[in-house]
Design a protein around this ligand. Structure first.
Ligand code: G4P
Ligand code: NA
Ligand code: NA
Length: 190
């Protein structure tokens, strides 16, 4: 994904050693052609996994998850983020901290849209500490569905999310790997 790397180099803003602002292509504006290309990449990598549903968390993961689901010909389910006031028996729920926002939210998926027959591909825009991803993995486990893998657009290798998922045995594929944001510079891995 050379075009993706070029876009990140051109439009990414290094906010700190930890955070890369990607509003121009992932978190505020979306390039439809580039996003559909990301979907084709993930679909190609997971073509043989017999995926029945693509799952993401609202909101920034939805576009690329849609592109992937479209290419695989399966539905996209996006976990909702909201405060759960009462226990909702039809909902699978996990509480997750959010790294950039400094808050805790609940992510929820209705049992109606995730069943033990499902083979799930998790798609997301960025992985940092992996809190959202870990929450979603727990929800998928509790639904009885099988997680066949994770497709992540931008993997920040210097934060523990991606490696902790791989250590859990999740097949994690990323399109771009960032080794460091030190000195205000984006350094790609490989
Ligand atoms: P994660 O690794 O599972 O995403 O969890 P983490 O708690 O580390 O990150 C929480 C949120 O912060 C996620 O967005 C994630 O995409 C975003 N994030 C983490 N690092 C960066 C970064 O360097 N740049 C940008 N642009 N975002 C980052 P979210 O809470 O799921 O919100 P949304 O964007 O999906 O609405
Ligand atoms: Na996200
Ligand atoms: Na995000």
């Amino acid at each position: 994904m050379d075009k993706l790397k070029r876009q990140i180099t051109e439009h990414g803003v290094v906010v700190s050693d930890q955070v890369l602002k990607l509003d121009a292509l992932l978190n505020h504006q979306i390039d439809p052609q580039l996003t559909m290309e990301m979907g084709r990449q993930f679909a190609e990598r997971f073509r043989d996994s017999e995926v029945t549903r693509v799952v993401t968390v609202e909101s920034s993961g939805i576009a690329v998850a849609f592109a992937t689901a479209y290419e695989l010909g399966v539905p996209l389910v996006f976990a909702r983020r909201k405060k759960t006031l009462l226990a909702e028996p039809d909902m699978l729920c996990e509480r997750v901290p959010s790294f950039t926002k400094g808050i805790v939210t609940d992510i929820l998926i209705s049992r109606e849209f995730l069943s033990p027959d499902d083979r799930v591909l998790f798609i997301d825009d960025i992985i940092a500490n992996g809190d959202a991803a870990r929450g979603l993995v727990k929800i998928i486990e509790r639904s009885g569905a099988e997680l066949v893998g994770a497709g992540i657009v931008v993997e920040k290798c210097f934060q523990p999310g991606a490696s902790s998922l791989r250590e859990q045995g999740v097949r994690l594929e990323s399109l771009v790997r960032i080794a460091s944001l030190a000195d205000g510079r984006i350094t790609f891995a490989d």
